[in-house]
Each structure stands twice: as structure tokens, then as C-alpha cells.
Design a protein around this ligand. Structure first.
Ligand SMILES: [Zn+2]
Length: 248
């Protein structure tokens, strides 16, 4: 059991699975940057391309998809994320069905990540201020089902074997946006990268400057890590928190 930041592994490879372009930049980009700096091969997997993410009636859907995928690639480059994959399901209609589970399983078997970060599907409400987007819940639910047991078992989705994708077991699972986090990653020194990666989503951020928002979240999260005894150092000024599992 991991109780202190000194025990937290840096995986050799990781897949960050999320519903929309920009989700990862809000909550997990610091971790991706920290791991990438230490040689971890990070892959992004987006369930949708954010095709409902505009209030401008003059932007055609196809154009919005192209814009948002490019913004996501730009953000990934800033963070040192090597690969970006899009499943291109329709935004705001994700459901955790077998079709989505198969698509995620295919990507896990393709990239064989040692660690998977995904959205916590049990995180329905956040404080008094946020009702979790249904796509986040759906993507997290399908991602966990893909990790265990679908990616592991060769008899599940046998068509994947025919496509050349052999079974794979991810070892570490990190649930982002959890209401019960139990590990934290020190993201203090990559703050500028995280900020720049979020700003790369130009169509979403617009004129809004997210600096204070990200800094406040990071500080509050680091304070949580200290309160729990996970971090005993004030070097952890900013952090990202996760619910963690180590599978055998
Ligand atoms: Zn989202």
C-alpha cells in the first residue's frame, strides 16, 4: 500500500483516458508532464473530439472537430505526451456500452501502458459546485471495464486477437477527479507547462486566464496531501490527486 509520496512509482508507459479534449489538461496534465520528463511514454486517448463544445452557431461540426483535435495535439506536445488517439464518439452522448469498452480495450492492447489514468466514474458530484459531466462518468466506467477484465482476457473481444492486439494487463490505475483520493503527484515544477497546455485549447479557454484557477486547485490539492500525511514536505506546493490501485 502506498502511503507516502516517496513510494509512488513513475510508470514506464501510461495512457490517459478521458472524454473530451481539454479534460486531461484541467486535472492530469501536470502528472503527464512529470512522468514524461522522467522517460515515461505517455499516450492520450480521447473518447470524443468535443464536437458540441462551442456556443458559436457559425462553426460547422467538422471544423470544430478538426480545431479541437489539433488543440489537443498541441497541448500534448507541450507536455511531452508522445501519442494522441481519438475514438471520435459524439460529444455529450457517451454511454459505457460494449462498443465503447471494445474501442478502449483495442487502444490499451495497442499501446500496452503500465499505468492508466482515467476519470473516476463514481465521482457524481463535486462539493456544492459541479455536477459531473455524464461523458466523464461514462468514459471512466468504460475505461475501468476495459482495463479489467477486457484487455487482460484473450477470450473477450476475440476479434481483437484477429486484428493483432494481444492481451495486456495494466499494473497501476489512477482515478482522476476522485472524491476520495489517496495518492498525490507533486506537479509544482511543471505548472507553467500545465498552464500552457490548457491555454492550447484556444477554442475553449478564449479570453479566460486559467492561471489562478489552476494554482488554487493545485494548492488545495497539495494541502490535502499534507493533511493525509502523504506528503510531509512543503516542496509540494502544487499537486494532482488520484485514487490509486495496483493490480497484480
Ligand atoms: Zn469534459
Amino acid at each position: 500500500m502506498i502511503r507516502h509520496e516517496s513510494q509512488l512509482p513513475v510508470p514506464s508507459s501510461a495512457m490517459v483516458i478521458f472524454a473530451h479534449p481539454d479534460d486531461a489538461e484541467f486535472v492530469t496534465a501536470g502528472t503527464a508532464a512529470v512522468w514524461a520528463e522522467q522517460g515515461c511514454e505517455v499516450t492520450y486517448l480521447a473518447g470524443t473530439s468535443g464536437d458540441k463544445g462551442t456556443s458559436d452557431p457559425d462553426i460547422p461540426t467538422e471544423t470544430l472537430i478538426e480545431m479541437r483535435e489539433q488543440e489537443q495535439r498541441n497541448a500534448a506536445e507541450i507536455l511531452g505526451v508522445k501519442h494522441v488517439e481519438f475514438l471520435r464518439y459524439a460529444d455529450a452522448t457517451l454511454v459505457p456500452d460494449l462498443d465503447l469498452r471494445l474501442a478502449i480495450t483495442r487502444m490499451i492492447r495497442k499501446h500496452k501502458p503500465e499505468a492508466v489514468i482515467c476519470q473516476d466514474p463514481t465521482s457524481r458530484f463535486v462539493a456544492q459546485e459541479y455536477i459531473q459531466h455524464p461523458d466523464h462518468i461514462a468514459m471512466g466506467e468504460a475505461a475501468l471495464a476495459a482495463v479489467f477484465p477486457s484487455a487482460r482476457d484473450h477470450l473477450t473481444f476475440p476479434q481483437l486477437i484477429e486484428e493483432g492486439y494481444e492481451p495486456h494487463k495494466a499494473k497501476y490505475i489512477f482515478l482522476a477527479g476522485s472524491n476520495t483520493p489517496d495518492v498525490w503527484v507533486n506537479t509544482t515544477h511543471v505548472f507553467e507547462k500545465k498552464l500552457a497546455s490548457l491555454k492550447a485549447h484556444v477554442s475553449q479557454v478564449g479570453e479566460f486566464d486559467p492561471t489562478e484557477l489552476l494554482r488554487t486547485w493545485g494548492r488545495d490539492t497539495a494541502a490535502e496531501a499534507r493533511r493525509s500525511g502523504f506528503s510531509t514536505s512543503w516542496d509540494m506546493e502544487l499537486a494532482e490527486g488520484y485514487k490509486f490501485f495496483q493490480l497484480d
